[in-house]
Design a protein around this ligand. Structure first.
Ligand code: ATP
Length: 272
């Protein structure tokens, strides 16, 4: 009813092993995993665990993947919804969805609520960017009410992703709300190689494939870009009825996906 998707019991669970690179980010989240595994331990010693964690970074850098991996590592349910799902035409719908979502979560605690694109609901009020939008404000207010309302150690962690922290309403960043911030950046060369290795796990590679070299020539690529690159290479191999990927497939795929619209504009602007 809340529109949130709950992870199905049979679904293959994501773990930190599926998240390549991002070593520091994973370390920062270890604490949350441990808490979700055994909230009582923290309650007994009087520790207060953050309720909300904001994942901040460009699209495709693995924010959703990280949140899923936290749930997978802890073995708890994962409720996911996008900020844009809350914003409906009819006033009151978003707020009631937020209420339902937190109710579902409470019944299934310990668990994770993941809100993708939180900026769609939580952008600064009266910012001019869709400012004065009553429906959105009501939804945001409801979210704040819910976050303030559940006990610190009830076993619910709200994780949210954004690539625009600068436009967020400061109210959501206050202590007791999203007071933990994890910055997820674009991978460096080592990170890119690790991401390529993860996505090559189920893809047979020819002897001439050099993932290190590919990592070196893909500066600016996100994890999602790299996954896409290998997938396009696999499609090229299959088209030629070859059962493994060659370096040339990856080179050709690079031409196809390498210069996406975003990067193209960057190259153009660099020339100016
Ligand atoms: P968006 O803001 O667009 O939702 P996101 O940061 O949440 O992006 P994800 O959805 O987590 O990005 O990443 C998209 C896909 O890219 C993942 O499903 C995965 O296949 C790949 N990917 C991204 N980062 C990594 C990584 N660090 N390790 C392995 N795969 C990655």
């Amino acid at each position: 009813k809340s529109r949130a998707k709950m992870s199905a019991p049979g679904e293959k669970k994501v773990t930190f092993e599926d998240v390549a690179g991002l070593k520091e980010e994973k370390e920062e989240l270890e604490e949350i995993v441990d808490f979700l595994k055994d909230p009582k331990k923290y309650v007994q010693v009087g520790a207060r665990i953050p309720k909300g964690v904001l994942l901040e970074g460009p699209p495709g850098t693995g924010k959703t993947l990280l949140a899923k991996a936290v749930a997978g590592e802890a073995g708890v349910p994962f409720f996911t919804i996008s900020g844009s799902d809350f914003v409906e035409m009819f006033v009151g719908v978003g707020a009631s969805r937020v209420r339902d979502l937190f109710q579902d979560a409470k019944k299934n605690a310990p668990c994770i609520i993941f809100i993708d694109e939180i900026d769609a609901v939580a952008r600064r009020r009266g910012s001019g960017l869709g400012g004065g939008h009553d429906e959105r404000e009501q939804t945001l207010n409801q979210m704040l009410v819910e976050m303030d309302g559940f006990g610190v150690n009830e076993g619910i962690i709200v994780m949210a992703a954004t690539n625009r922290k600068d436009i967020l309403d400061p109210a959501i960043l206050r202590p007791g709300r999203f007071d933990r911030d994890v910055i997820v950046g674009r991978p460096d060369v080592g990170g890119r190689e690790e991401i390529l290795k993860v996505h090559a796990r189920n893809k047979p590679l020819g002897d001439d494939v050099d993932l290190k070299q590919i990592a070196q020539t893909t500066a600016g690529f996100t994890g999602a870009d790299l996954e896409n690159l290998l997938n396009e290479a696999a499609i090229l191999a299959a088209k030629q009825n070859r059962m493994y990927i060659q370096q040339a497939d990856i080179r050709h795929a690079f031409v196809k996906v390498g210069i996406g619209p975003e990067k193209k504009s960057r190259i153009v602007s660099e020339k100016e």
